[in-house]
Ligand binder design. Structure first.
Ligand code: S3P
Length: 177
């Protein structure tokens, strides 16, 4: 069972604005692991920004590209993957993430997320969206995020503190393995 206990990759999931990219980048610095930002990879492969993909081809096409990007990640030990907030919506994505490593949910309350999302610039599902609609999207996704093996509070403290909490939680999980 050694391979499963190795946590070859760590997938950060959670709603927009929770800090997946920031915490991911700190985790990469702290551990020396490679960071992959899934949205950056999707945009790079498409030759378009995320809003441009939504504009030209719609959300369904973005989701297809998101799954393709996830599936294309080479098996590599010690990698941190910061995902987009909607990655939890497809069963196939769960299969891919679970096969490659551990899924960590960064959790925060709605009011914190709302504040961090702000005008939603660069986030097609948030920009110009009614707050009530965005909140309802968050509520619909909560049970999906909670499927993660590891749940870390990203509400309080600095991003560094959240990153440390992730490492502690992973180590605890390893200890239980
Ligand atoms: C999305 C979140 C975005 C990005 C895309 C869709 C979502 O990523 O993947 O705009 O469905 O919640 P962030 O969570 O990094 O903002």
């Amino acid at each position: 069972m050694a391979a499963e206990e190795d946590f070859s990759s760590l997938f950060l999931v959670g709603f927009m604005g929770v800090g997946k990219s920031t915490v991911g980048s700190l985790l990469a610095q702290m551990t020396g692991a490679e960071l992959i930002d899934l949205d950056t990879l999707i945009a790079h492969r498409a030759g378009m920004s995320i809003p441009e993909i939504f504009d030209c081809c719609g959300e369904a096409e973005f989701r297809r590209q998101e799954t393709a990007a996830l599936a294309s990640l080479p098996a590599m030990p010690g990698r941190i993957v910061a995902t987009g907030g909607g990655v939890v919506g497809r069963e196939e994505n769960w299969t891919l993430m679970r096969r490659a490593g551990v899924v960590v949910y960064l959790r925060a309350d709605w009011h914190t997320l709302e504040e961090r999302i702000g005008s939603g610039e660069g986030r097609p599902l948030a920009a110009g969206a009614e707050r009530a609609r965005l909140r309802s999207l968050w509520e619909q996704r909560l049970p999906l995020y909670e499927r993660a093996e590891v749940i870390v509070d990203a509400e309080a403290g600095s991003p560094e503190a959240v990153a440390r909490r992730v490492l502690e939680a992973i180590n605890r999980q390893k200890g239980q393995g």
